[in-house]
Design a protein. Structure first.
Length: 289
């Protein structure tokens, strides 16, 4: 009987101990979160690099993301073909005609300004001739009481261009210029070239041949009211005498009334030289800003 009692007590104690151990294992599994293995830990600590902000270096690949450059908008408003304006001894000898020679002046002028401005400057050049349709002069800036202010009549267009990142605008518009001024006993008379190309003057058996860059040029700020073309640096490029250069070595055409494209080559070259000088001057001015 005693043996049976002791055996019962032993079995009971053993059952209790076994139950406690099982409960402790269950509680341990419930309260302690599972620990990641080494591979999982490395993955969880791996942080994917965030793309750098503009103007900073990316440590992973060394690339630099540049902020967008301000843009120079270029408007070229000119006929496709060159003009020959002739002033004779009397008004009955005068004529203006257009030659059907494609000088590709639009593309040439744009390339000249693009190359001159974008090299070593913080600006890009964009041809907006087709976007800005205007037969008049685009005066975004005007003088008022001795101060330069924005033209409110063009406020909507100015905002539209600024929204595209355009902060400066260059407008090159074909327009009549004074090619020759002749002075005598009764005063001075001006003779105008009616377009870019060749201007000729015949008087008392003498012929003058002039390469005429007959354009009005304005360079204005859209983010601040400044007119660069009014600065002393650009004075000569606004001078009609500078725009119209007499070509001393010009050979007399075989047919004066129908000058060939080959004969006009020195005229085109001189006009291109005018724009190359102007573009360099613009580039130098922008580099100081």
């Amino acid at each position: 009987m005693k043996f049976v009692t002791k055996l019962s007590i032993f079995i009971t104690v053993l059952a209790l101990v076994s139950g406690c151990v099982s409960k402790r294992e269950i509680d341990s599994q419930t309260r302690i979160p599972p620990q990641p293995n080494r591979e999982e830990a490395i993955k969880s600590d791996d942080k994917t690099p965030v793309k750098d902000v503009e103007g900073t270096d990316n440590e992973d690949n060394g690339e630099t993301v540049d902020a967008q450059k301000p843009i120079i908008g270029l408007v070229i408003n000119a006929k496709k073909f060159p003009t020959h304006t002739h002033i004779g001894s009397t008004k009955f000898n005068n004529f203006t005609k257009e030659y059907n020679y494609d000088w590709q002046l639009h593309d040439t002028v744009f390339t000249i300004f693009e190359k001159a401005i974008e090299q070593g400057n913080r600006f890009d050049v964009l041809d907006i001739s087709s976007t800005v349709q205007s037969t008049g002069t685009l005066d975004f800036v005007k003088s008022e009481d001795g101060n330069m202010v924005f033209n409110n009549n063009l406020a909507s267009m100015r905002k539209s261009l600024l929204d595209k990142g355009i902060t400066r605008i260059i407008v090159i518009k074909e327009a009549p210029t004074v090619a020759i001024t002749e002075c005598g006993t009764y005063g001075c008379s001006e003779h105008k070239s009616n377009g870019f190309g060749l201007f000729t003057r015949s008087f008392l058996g003498t012929d003058y041949y002039v390469a005429s860059a007959s354009f009005d040029v304005s360079i204005e700020g859209l983010d601040e009211p400044i007119e660069l073309s009014a600065l002393p640096d650009f004075a000569q490029y606004n001078d009609d005498e500078f725009k119209n250069k007499r070509i001393e070595e010009f050979e007399t055409p075989v047919d004066f009334d129908d000058v060939t494209n080959k004969e006009l080559a020195p005229i085109r070259s001189t006009i291109v030289d005018y724009f190359e000088g102007l573009a360099k001057k613009v580039s130098m001015n922008l580099s100081r800003q």
